[in-house]
Design a protein. Structure first.
Length: 160
């Protein structure tokens, strides 16, 4: 069975986001072994200097890297990533499994973004949109798109 890990900086604070994620976790259990790992945010002053921001990005990046299993197919969500359709995401995952990939790691960084070191580990960089979304909403959206990918590959009517 395919493994999907979502590494996300920060905790889901609002119940409605936790409930939405729980629903997709339940749905995804039929298709993959899903693991969501929350990475502790690095504290940052309210008006940080460029150096303080760089330190946060570096520190969170190191925490993320320590959680990436060796040999996994790393997909960070980042602004310079590629915007693709749901069908293309399904094809990307499906094609990678055909070539032997079995563990996909999606990464959602903190509010300051991801370190270059994390992004350089990517086999594929993904951008959800040129718009900015709260990280909590991005997690729900990512889980829905992963679920949609499996439904597309299965040929169901979920994706119309």
């Amino acid at each position: 069975m395919v493994k999907i890990t979502v590494l996300a900086v920060g905790k889901l604070k609002e119940k409605y986001f936790r409930d939405a994620c729980a629903e997709y976790e339940k749905r995804l259990s039929a298709f993959c072994k899903l693991n969501i790992t929350e990475i502790e945010e690095t504290k940052c002053p309210s008006s940080p200097s460029d150096t303080e921001i760089a330190n946060v990005i570096f520190d969170e990046g190191e925490k993320i890297i320590s959680k990436i299993p060796k040999g996994s197919y790393v997909i960070p969500l980042c602004i310079e990533g590629k915007e693709i359709s749901s069908e293309k995401l399904a094809t990307t995952i499906s094609n990678a499994t055909v070539t032997g990939e079995s563990h996909f790691v999606f990464i959602i960084g903190g509010s300051w973004g991801l370190s270059e070191k994390v992004k350089n580990m990517a086999k594929f960089k993904l951008s959800m949109s040129p718009m900015t979304f709260p990280h909590m909403l991005a997690r729900v959206m990512l889980l829905e798109q992963i679920y949609r990918s499996f439904m597309i590959t299965a040929g169901t009517e979920y994706h119309k």
